[in-house]
Design a protein around this ligand. Structure first.
Ligand code: CP
Length: 293
């Protein structure tokens, strides 16, 4: 694996290999003497810090920025020129950027491996590896499940990468969103027609689900505040709505959670989103090991 830009860069066997490997990384020195370039042009808590923690726990070091105000990008330097500089300083790059396709552009200009940590409303492949790891850990399998992806399916990069990955497995996917925020057809086109259902509400299917994966309405991607206001409360999961849920149901969310999961869900046995975030360290360790092979 030279770069990880889209989850499509990994086939099913490689996805399974990485999430399996995540449980078995013992080395504390595999990245000794190596530097990760951490370029965050957009806010992040989990992705940036868990990548940094994973790299340091593997014995490596990190350089980079989380605020472009402190860089020469502020003087108008281009992404291409920035990447040409970082490749002199680091052994691989982790990049988050607001533009779709930016990580791909970075990889085309870099002589070192590039990992996409989120490109606008494009993709977020390492989040997907964490999600699949979480599903496998809680359900014991990735096939034969009923999985609902609910929320803003148009703008959520985490949903896009996860849906693309799930199209490789044999589970039934419910795509639940307001009609105007539905999953792009380019992604739905990867599924057999019988393997998915589109709906605007999850109320009637909650009791059938193994996984309910929610995500916030992506405020920063809307052109008008008025449109965001229309959808911001479209889905609010409450503990009372889970009273007929299956015992094995897990509620996932890439976080940050805004209002799409009421805090009373945190106290139920169904809440798994904080465990899911914790899995960022072992899974990103496995991704780093793979990219630096
Ligand atoms: N899940 C995720 O990408 O979180 P951050 O935006 O905090 O990195």
């Amino acid at each position: 694996m030279n770069n990880l830009i889209s989850i499509r860069d990994l086939d099913k066997a490689k996805i399974l290999e990485i999430i399996e490997k995540a449980d078995h990384i013992k080395s504390e020195s595999a990245m000794k003497g190596k530097l990760m370039g951490s370029l965050f042009f957009e806010p992040s808590t989990r992705t940036r810090l868990s990548f940094e923690a994973a790299m340091k726990r593997l014995g490596g070091e990190v350089i980079g920025f989380a605020d472009i105000e402190t860089t020469s990008l502020k003087k108008g330097e281009s992404l291409k020129d920035t990447i040409k500089m970082i490749e002199n300083y680091a052994d691989f790059i982790v990049i988050r950027h607001p533009e779709i396709g930016s990580a791909r552009i970075a990889s085309e200009h870099a002589q070192i491996p590039v990992i996409n940590a989120g490109d606008g409303a494009g993709e977020h492949p390492t989040q997907t590896l964490i999600d699949l790891y979480s599903i496998k850990k809680t359900q014991g399998k990735l096939d034969g499940l009923k999985i609902c992806l609910a929320g803003d399916l148009k703008f959520s990069r985490a949903m896009h990468s996860l849906a693309l990955a799930l199209s490789l497995f044999n589970s039934h996917i419910y795509f639940v969103s307001p009609n105007k925020l539905s999953m792009p057809n380019t992604i739905l086109g990867q599924f057999e027609k019988d393997n998915y259902t589109e709906a605007e509400s999850y109320d009637d299917i909650i009791s059938d689900l193994d996984i309910l994966y929610t995500n916030r309405i992506q405020e920063e991607r809307f052109e008008s505040k008025k449109d965001f206001q229309k959808y911001k409360d479209a889905y609010i999961l409450k503990a009372s709505m889970l009273k007929n849920a299956k015992n094995n149901l897990k509620v996932l969310n890439p976080l940050p959670r805004i209002n799409e999961i009421n805090p009373d869900v945190d106290e139920t046995k169904f809440a798994y989103y904080f465990d899911q975030a914790a899995h960022g360290i072992p899974v990103r360790k496995a991704v780093i090991m793979e990219i630096m092979k």
